[in-house]
Design a protein. Sequence first.
Length: 122
Amino acid sequence: MHIDVKSEQPLFLQVARAIEDDILKRSFEEEEQVMSTTEISVRFQINPATAAKGVNLLVQEGILYKKRGVGMFVSPGAREKVLEKRREEFSQGFFRKMLQEAKKLGISKQELVKMIEGSDGQ
């Protein structure tokens, strides 16, 4: 898990994204307990309310769930939810912007495909 306090991205979003990253990397499996908001706030020296806001965002999205008196756990199907969410972000954000820029520069679809294929392994 990595948090960058100097980043422009809000800390609570970084907390949520870091937990998602750990789920994608299988550092946390379904039904496995994740760090508490207290542990997150101490480890990264951030406000506990900020850590809680990031965790609660994942609860709202169905990626984590709370066991009363025990802590937060990875929901069944969480990895697939995160993959779906990230693919949508990739498509709507990065990929769409790339296509718009390519169009401005007069780069054809074939040229884009060649660029993508040529970047494998780099």
